[in-house]
Design a protein around this ligand. Structure first.
Ligand code: ADP
Ligand code: MG
Length: 232
């Protein structure tokens, strides 16, 4: 899968002296291919989440197009887009996303139960494999309130990966994790890229660079590719 941002921008309203709008993301064109882990690095407020959400189909750009191969995301109606997202895109949002009335396994199966379909035996087995892969198999029946930050994050990743999406976005996936959990989470995402998926990690954590094929810097809504020697 090739994901292309074609001259996308995002403007938000903000009262200022001269103008009421500002660009959270300035006009950007970029193309990303499966098999790569892309790191988008930048300070808080630089536009990283805005960028990721536009590429991930949950925030319509103010102008420009987002293409998944030849499919234009925001040309689809809402229902079609949300089905497309459910099939092709795995989102690991920033912060906490657990449903607290469901146990870990049910949380992971959410992308299936969302459409009211019954969970097939095969899907159930996939959930169990996923739990195993994330190292949380023993927590299957546990409620999220009993999990540590690292375990919750791995649960969120399992949920994003359960439908085997070709494109995976992670917003600050290591933000609240210790070193060991950070490396575990990044290895999981790295493995997805090695399997041919496109993985985009938005972060202010420099450690991600070590796992990335390409590093971009977001600064004041401007995205630029960093040369390897610039990364420290
Ligand atoms: N819905 C919104 N309405 C107005 N301004 C917003 C909105 N979302 C984000 N912003 C602003 O856009 C800028 C970029 O935000 P964001 O993409 O969340 O940055 P980052 O993820 O890099 O911390 C910030 O100045 C933020 O305040
Ligand atoms: Mg953010």
């Amino acid at each position: 899968m090739i994901v292309k941002a074609d001259e996308i921008t995002k403007q938000f309203l903000r009262k200022r002296e001269n103008s009421n709008v500002f660009y959270a993301v300035e006009k950007t064109t970029a193309e990303f291919r499966g098999g790569n882990l892309i790191m988008i690095y930048g300070q808080s407020g630089s536009g990283k989440s805005t960028w990721m959400n536009m590429l991930g189909g949950i925030l319509q750009p103010s102008s420009g197009r987002v293409l998944y191969d030849r499919t234009e995301l925001y040309a689809m109606d809402d229902d079609t887009l949300s089905k497309f997202r459910n099939q092709h895109i795995g989102m690991i949002p920033q912060g906490q996303t657990a449903i607290h009335s469901m146990n870990v396994r049910e949380n992971i199966l959410l992308p299936f139960s969302l459409y009211g379909k019954e969970i097939s035996a095969e899907t159930g087995e996939r959930a169990d494999r996923m739990l195993e892969e994330m190292g949380i198999a023993d927590l299957s029946a546990v409620m999220p309130s009993e999990l540590s930050g690292g375990e919750l994050r791995r649960m969120a990743i399992a949920r994003a990966l359960i439908r085997q999406p070709e494109v995976i976005f992670a917003d600050e996936p290591t933000g609240d994790l210790d070193d060991e959990n950070t490396r575990t989470v990044l290895s999981i995402l790295r493995r997805q890229a090695d399997m041919g998926k496109l993985v985009m990690v938005v972060t202010h954590d420099r450690e991600v660079a070590e796992f990335a094929d390409l590093t971009y810097r977001m600064s004041g809504g401007r995205l630029c590719l960093e040369e390897p020697e610039q990364i420290v």
